[in-house]
Design a protein around this ligand. Structure first.
Ligand SMILES: Cc1ncc(COP(=O)(O)O)c(C=O)c1O
Length: 337
């Protein structure tokens, strides 16, 4: 058995999800006529108490559309230096929106209102105008760390006071919400736009939804078109999203429980000096006396796949296709390294 923990994007649709996809009513979504896409967009918007949603092929696209909405040429985005929008979206802030970025540091990938306040550019000829703050929850490179609503409130208040737009890369927001028990509507009330990924822990093959006001989603639809993200009978994909929201949200907790156990197993290895606090389904191990490449080669020899996540870091992500049997097997193999 290959144990593939490279990402929670690796999951394959379940039988129930495939059935839902197969039988979905569809239409041309560029004409706004796909009933299943419309239903998914409305369902998520309603869940978060936001006005509208836009189904897109990827989380990169929903994030990049949000950046386009909230910036102009010669303006600046504030985010953590580990943000997906900065590290892993191909330089899209610059390439898609001609905007600058100010990177902040902070524990486990998180930033505070105080830091943001000190980083807003002055109204000065030399500086790009700060127009947007982007947060990520859960924070991938922070080891799946969680922002609580209490941490968001002062950031939201600051953004309102300073006239900045606040975006959330919520690729794994449901992972955070099932842990904290916080309500999606409370989260929706604190952001101008939220990106939700369906193709991570929720187990869909494709898709992300951008949530926002009616006016911003109307503009987002145009940006999606120019980014090449207007899809036709996309309801087959949206049906997977509806199915996941109805059936596969609460089980994310199981991924988190397995991730905690996996973290403990890793700590038992002589090659691991530290495991970042495991808050959700992401486990980041710091290595001692071995390079990520060599450690990963040892794992690969045991049919375990992982990814390098820094000069001395390796990442493991638990997901739907990693059950208790696989966890037990992981433990056995790790002890053989
Ligand atoms: C935090 C975060 N945001 C955005 C994305 C982008 O999603 P996609 O791969 O669908 O473009 C990812 C992908 O792994 C992610 O981890």
């Amino acid at each position: 058995m290959i144990i593939d923990l490279r990402s929670d994007t690796l999951t394959k649709p379940t039988a129930g999800m495939r059935e839902a996809m197969f039988s979905a009513p569809v239409g041309d979504d560029v004409f706004g006529e796909d009933p299943t896409v419309n239903a998914l967009e409305e369902k998520l918007a309603k869940l978060f108490g936001m006005e509208a949603g836009l189904f897109c092929p990827s989380g990169t696209m929903t994030n990049q559309i949000a950046i386009r909405l909230h910036t102009r040429i010669q303006t600046e985005v504030i985010c953590h230096k580990y943000s997906h929008i900065y590290l892993y979206e191909g330089g899209g802030i610059m390439a898609n929106s001609l905007a600058s970025v100010k990177l902040l540091d902070g524990d486990l990938g998180k930033i505070t209102a105080e830091q943001i306040g000190a980083s807003i550019n002055p109204d000065d000829v030399h500086a790009p105008e700060t127009t947007m703050v982007s947060l990520e929850n859960t924070m991938n490179k922070g080891g799946g760390s969680i922002y609580t609503l209490n941490e968001i409130k002062p950031i939201h208040a600051l953004c309102r006071e300073k006239g900045l737009k606040l975006h959330l890369d919520g690729a794994r927001l449901f992972n955070a919400l099932v842990e904290t028990g916080e309500s999606p509507t409370d989260w929706g009330a604190h952001f101008d736009t939220i990106s939700i990924c369906l193709s991570k822990g929720l187990g869909c093959p494709v898709g992300s939804v951008l949530l926002g006001s009616k006016a911003s989603i109307k503009r987002a639809r145009k940006v999606r078109k120019v980014f090449g993200g207007g899809m036709r009978q996309a309801g087959f994909l949206a049906a997977a999203g509806i199915y996941a929201l109805d059936n596969q949200v609460n089980r994310l907790k199981e991924d988190h429980a397995r991730a905690r156990k996996l973290g403990e197993m890793l700590l038992g290895s002589n090659f691991v000096s530290e495991v970042l606090p495991v808050a959700t389904n992401i486990v980041i191990a710091r290595l001692a006396g071995i390079s990520p490449e060599d450690f990963m080669a040892k794992l690969a020899a045991q049919d375990i796949k992982s990814v390098k996540f820094g000069p001395d870091l390796v990442r493991f992500v638990t997901h739907y296709d990693f059950g208790d049997g696989a966890l037990e097997e992981f433990g056995k193999r790790i002890s053989r390294l």
